[in-house]
Design a protein around this ligand. Structure first.
Ligand code: WQD
Length: 340
């Protein structure tokens, strides 16, 4: 069995950190990315961290013939599928682009996995498949999936449905949905990190861009929610923990002899509010963070965080890094970007 692993969207935020984790585990990651949501600076960073070039193919996953050529060339042992649009707020403004890119891309990859009998597949899913938790805000993989609150969430919800139907038609393949909570932070080298194109949609990059002066102030989208301090609560997980979870998932799949389909929450098990993130940032960096209280954002869930037990029991994986680590690493990355 060869060590080639296809990483679609591998020049992106989570993809690039997973490339580092895969390489460290002895795999040979092959990046397929059209760089619509990634910056070539990331490739410099990967070279610095890994000490050599990563295999990169500039290709759109919706271009099936181009993707087929990669499957022919590398006979992949596994595929980790990241390539997708992923901003909840943006998806409310651009639903058709989200459905086109996220669903057609997934369908192409699954068709090629079937055609080339690639045994191991990991899908970048999301806690947004749980929608707004109706009961406990701590969700496990057994928590019933609600209808999502945004088109982005629907592309993940439908993606998991497509994979479930695909599994029934190809039961010999080993498939895993990793349901991420909120990825934050950067590699401790500060040479790769989140590289938003234009104004950031996500909280922590907006915080660091505000602190460094790229944004005038942070707007807290709502402080009148029924939570401990009125702002939304999320499970923020360090991107390096998230990257390690993909290696654990792939290794698990490769060690199984039978086909399977599993979903696993990838979160810390702790909830943190928007205002708590702001206060933690100011405490850790000593930087005041200009912020204002604004209206709620369409598509937002009020409160959700992971029950992360299954990841530990099935994959032997557990988040090790803290919110403080993530904020420190995100701030170091923002400062590195300012030197470019
Ligand atoms: C978090 C909180 C905002 C920006 C993310 C990813 C998505 C998926 C789920 C993996 C919300 C508030 C934000 C700002 C703010 N993850 N906020 N001011 O919406 O939970 O979705 O996790 O698949 O890919 O996008 O993350 O960082 O956008 O928002 O007050 O300027 O921060 O309202 O309460 P979200 P987010």
């Amino acid at each position: 069995m060869n060590k080639y692993i296809l990483v679609t969207g591998g020049a992106g935020y989570i993809g690039s950190h997973t490339v580092v984790a895969l390489q460290k585990q002895g795999f040979i990651p092959v990046i397929a990315d059209d760089f619509r949501n990634a910056n070539p600076v990331v490739l410099e960073g990967l070279r610095h961290i890994l000490g050599h070039e990563t295999i990169v193919h500039r290709v759109d996953i919706c271009d099936k013939p181009a993707m087929e050529a990669l499957f022919e060339k590398y006979a992949f042992t596994g595929v980790i599928h990241f390539a997708a649009y992923k901003a909840v707020g943006e998806s409310v403004q651009k639903p058709l682009a989200y459905y086109q890119n996220n669903l057609v891309g997934l369908l192409n990859i699954l068709a090629l996995i079937e055609a080339f009998e690639v045994q191991n597949f990991v899908f970048s899913s999301s806690c947004t498949v749980y929608g707004e938790p109706q009961g406990a805000k701590e969700v496990s993989e057994a928590t019933p999936k609600q209808l999502p609150e945004s088109p982005y969430g629907y592309t993940k919800w439908m993606g998991e449905q497509i994979i479930a139907d695909f599994h029934r038609s190809a039961p010999q393949l080993k498939l895993m949905n990793l349901r991420y909570f909120n990825p934050v932070g950067a590699h401790p080298s500060a040479r790769i990190g989140e590289f938003p194109i234009g104004k950031p949609n996500n909280l922590l990059p907006f915080v660091t861009q505000t602190a460094i002066g790229k944004q005038a102030h942070l707007t807290v989208f709502g402080n009148d929610y029924p939570t401990r301090d009125g702002s939304c609560i999320r499970d923020y997980i360090h991107v390096m923990d998230l990257a390690e979870a993909h290696v654990a998932a792939l290794t698990y799949l490769m060690n199984q002899n039978e086909g399977l389909l599993e979903a696993v929450n990838i979160g810390t098990g702790e909830g943190t509010s928007v205002l708590e993130i702001v206060k933690a940032f100011e405490r850790i960096t000593g930087q005041p963070l200009p912020h204002v209280l604004g209206p709620r954002r369409a598509g937002d869930v009020i409160e959700i965080y992971a029950n992360a037990t299954k990841g530990q029991e099935l994959l032997g994986w557990k988040a090790r890094l803290s919110i403080d680590d993530a904020i420190k690493d995100a701030w170091a990355w923002e400062n590195y970007l300012a030197t470019l």
